[in-house]
Write a protein that binds this ligand. Structure first.
Ligand code: UTP
Length: 297
């Protein structure tokens, strides 16, 4: 019987420079998608996949993120006294039990691999999940849940993968995998941010991982890779050579890159349109705007 995956790491120590000036004062992970901060979507996905221990890798200036999951006694009392039960339900979903979240600091943004390594003592010697909150995934069955079900069969290490256009591959970690439509693909190699024209496939890694503690041992070497950063991709790729136990998982769902402005705006429209309380008004606005644009052309 495989170890059940109960711990998840949320690396949130990046500088978020693509959202400057907002991120000068507000952590990227608390920017709001419709009415919830990005981090809430990631936490909900992890909870639905059975995660019970949440490890945040944070940095200077992220206190808003830490406060967000605490109880807010004044707000709670006010909602109770006014009998606002629906809002109380929403509020309660944001409060995490004491001790469920642990915070470790990354005192320099040396890369995603380094951020995950900072959590090594809290992870210990067991498999763990990693979720990047700026990848928001709309799916009937949450992406991490899909992956953990597949991981029950494979063990090892698993990365979420999706097809990307050739000209975008150089922004991602890209998988060398056999061709075929199977959701689970054995990985022969991984390249972080390949130079244009050199990507081994069109399957890119996105921000969901299920990893073995061996990856942390590779990260002990602190080797820098693409962009001068300590890359998680390189530490996972080392497992291909050592144990040949890395799998790509082609998930069902739509991923939004909320780390980029265009992706965040697309997510806002898509999530807005999927909400019964907003759909009609938003649709009307989009139709009117398109009609005005066409008339002006
Ligand atoms: P990004 O590559 O999006 O970097 O990190 P960033 O700093 O957040 O944003 P930009 O590119 O400057 O706009 C992907 C994920 O890895 C985390 C980030 O917080 C984000 O969740 N990360 C990245 C760290 O925790 N530490 C790092 O050193 C780098």
């Amino acid at each position: 019987m495989r170890n059940k995956v109960t711990k998840a790491v949320f690396p949130v120590a990046g500088l978020g420079t693509r959202f400057l000036p907002a991120t000068k004062a507000v952590p990227k992970e608390v920017l709001t998608l419709v009415d919830r901060p990005l981090i809430q979507y990631a936490i909900d996905e992890a909870r639905e996949a059975g995660i019970t221990e949440f490890i945040f890798v944070t940095s200077r200036g992220k206190s808003a993120l830490e406060d967000y999951f605490d109880r807010a006694p004044e707000l709670e009392m006010s909602l109770k006294s006014k009998n606002k039960t629906e809002l109380l339900d929403i509020y309660n979903q944001t409060c995490m039990d004491s001790g469920a979240i642990a915070y470790v600091r990354q005192n320099q943004a040396l890369g995603l691999g380094h951020a995950v390594w900072c959590a090594r003592h809290l992870i210990g010697d067991e498999p763990f999940a990693v979720l990047l909150p700026d990848d928001v995934i709309a799916a009937d069955k949450p992406c991490l849940k899909q992956m953990l079900e597949a991981y029950e069969e494979t063990g090892g290490n698993m990365v979420a993968a999706m097809e990307v256009p050739e000209d975008k591959a150089s922004s991602y970690g890209v998988l060398d995998v056999p061709t075929g439509m199977s959701p689970v693909l054995p990985v022969r190699g991984m390249v972080e941010k390949p130079k244009p024209g050199t990507a081994p496939s069109n399957l890119a890694v996105i921000g969901r991982y299920v990893l073995s503690p061996d990856v942390l041992k590779s990260l002990d070497n602190q080797t820098t890779g693409a962009g001068g950063e300590i890359q998680l991709t390189d530490a996972i790729a080392a497992q291909i050579e050592a144990k040949n136990n890395v799998y790509g998982y082609r998930f069902q769902g739509q991923r939004f890159d909320c780390g980029s402005k265009a992706g965040f705006l697309q997510a806002t429209i898509s999530f807005g349109l999927s909400r019964a309380d907003l759909r009609e008004e938003l649709e009307d606005y989009i139709y009117d705007m398109m009609a005005m644009r066409q008339a002006a052309e």
